[in-house]
Design a protein around this ligand. Sequence first.
Ligand code: ZN
Ligand code: ZN
Ligand code: FE
Length: 762
Amino acid sequence: MRAGTERRHLRVTGTVQGVGFRPFVYRLASDLGLAGQVSNDSLGVLVEAEGDAESLDALERRLPAEAPPLASVHSIEVEALPARGDSGFRIVDSRASAAPAVAVSVDAATCDDCLAELADPADRRFGYPLVNCTNCGPRYTIIRSIPYDRASTTMADFVMCDPCRREYEDPADRRFHAEPTCCARCGPQLSLIGPDGEPLAKAEEALVRAVDLLRGGGILAVKGLGGYHLAADAADDRAVAELRRRKARDAKPFAVMIDALTAGRRLCLLSPEVEAALASPRRPIVLAPRRPSAPVAAAVAPGLAELGLMLAYTPLHHLLMRGMGRPLVMTSGNRSDEPIASDDADAVERLGPMVDAILLHDRPIHIRCDDSVVRARPSGPVQMVRRSRGFAPEPIALARPARRHVLAVGAELKNTVAVAKGTSIVASHHIGDLEHLAAYRSFLQAVDHLCSLTGVTPAVVAHDLHPEYLSTKYAADRDLPLLGVQHHHAHIASCLVDHGRDDRVLGVAFDGTGLGTDGSIWGGELLVADLDGFTRVGHLAGVPMVGGDRAVREPWRMALAWVAASCGAAEAARYGQEADERWALVLDRLTAPGALVTTSAGRLFDAVAALLGLRTVVSYEAQAAIELEAAAAAEPLLSGTGYEVTGRHEAGADGEPPQLVLDPAPLIREVVGARRRGEPVATASAAFHEGLGRAVASAAASLAAEHGLGTVALSGGVFQNARLTAVVEHVLAEAGLEVLVHRHVPPNDGGISIGQAAVAAR
Ligand code: ZN
Ligand code: ZN
Ligand code: FE
């Protein structure tokens, strides 16, 4: 042993298994001339390295800095040990490690090395549509149980051929312990089948015929990482309109797949942040402002100022895109709002009637996982809209460790579930709207799967207060202690978690609907909140909401309610006659005693969109609000000409402090006047956003001052509206307040389980 030799023990935690971390450590340590070993255990990766102090320091520095793309190092703890005189560095095979404390990694887009092989005629994986390695490919979607090794994935039945086995066992190879590794000889095969499941072609011929079909204007179902897509030529008006007809989808936008950023730049205006999001191995759909000249069919995103772009992320996508040479519509493989198909038999049954052929392979998908969606903001980083493939089940760090194991079952729409344990929350993929039986089944599967992957034995189940949510009913059926978390408190808590915070803030929760503690429907709330609790200190003025779900699907009903409340019965009758023949009936019920009252900001957006003649009936959630924002796209952000919203103080309901009530009645009167005078919708929409935004921000600022708070958190689905958010942020920043806007956790109900988990962890 040379003089000056030291030995150090490095404990690495985070997402460090199944991501090529041990071979990375092996190469790094060998480069630095260090001796010792690296192994996996239940806490992460353990390194014992021996050599001179300078090389050991370099190892400590370079481990987090140069970690493989899918790894995420949370901490490295270093301890000095007596030197042992080791020679050489080795990887210890540590299959025996058991307890599931290690994060399961996320599915990742095909890496550059694999793409190079895919395109190289001399490579043995040339043109093989399932090529992957330690840095890329399926993970979460194929893992049945832990510990993560091939036998516990849906690749278990594929026996590696000799060349694949040699790569898998060679510490110096980039496929060392790449669990889903395979090749054309030993791995899953591509095939093309007809709408009834009849075989049409295999391997290369399947691909050639699929491309021909798309080029000829046909519709193709394609198996992806977490489920099926429906594909069509994005520039073909007839094909896209036909896809819309067959999918029974009136208006909801379709995502467009591209094969390179250059193609994306022809379709949309891309900021550096947006390009980074598009190109990241997580490969979400990115909603970005479209170019007026974007060469896509009109039916791709009717009436919208944005397009959803997504870069190809599986080798099969790359092969299809290469064959096509132009963008493809890639929309979720489902009919209307059902969950996407992920099982092959289910795909034939449900998608068969909608397509001309199905392109698939025989690697099963264990967990259905939709594409994630992020949205470009006017400046700064993108905002999460749907956190699913590529993000789930990556842990989200808690400011303070959870005091107990928590299961949080989320809301009813856009459902996700989450667990809390130790210093993190792990949230599931997007499950969807629980009213669909298939989605509810996925919910049950997700709860079990998430608990087993993370080793969580729940000590408490956190749920929404709404007794009719299926997630709430499920919680009540578990024989465990329960914790009801108010919907808007959960929203604000999810925003705190997003920023790694747990202090007290003034929370603005604007969304569609959520049950309040007083039995009314909240959705325009100002709360003093932290992770321990909340007090309601203000809200939008309430109006009656009649017709239940119909009030959401038919925005003219909310418009009628707001006109009646703001302008009186005569004006309401005038609007009603223009809007819908059932108006008199609805008006009667609005004025009847005992009508359900809502303070929802989402419903106010619906009402204004309807009043401006944009939409009296919607075909998907928030459509009217999204179109209202789009209508103002060309208007300057802060012109100083916002419509008026008045503030007044009212006594609080039982146990509540006095409330600051924001009344949009003057704003509604201005909207009605603008419509009557035939003013441009763009101007009116901009004045609405600015007026509401300024009023909310001033109210939040004065309440924050009153309660001695320096931070305002903005949450709820309405804060996906970039225009409103920008106005509120601007005014609050001018008032010297810190503003927390959602980044990695969705502001909509997809983030509710995360907020619930954080509250219950305390
Ligand atoms: Zn790769
Ligand atoms: Zn092979
Ligand atoms: Fe909500």
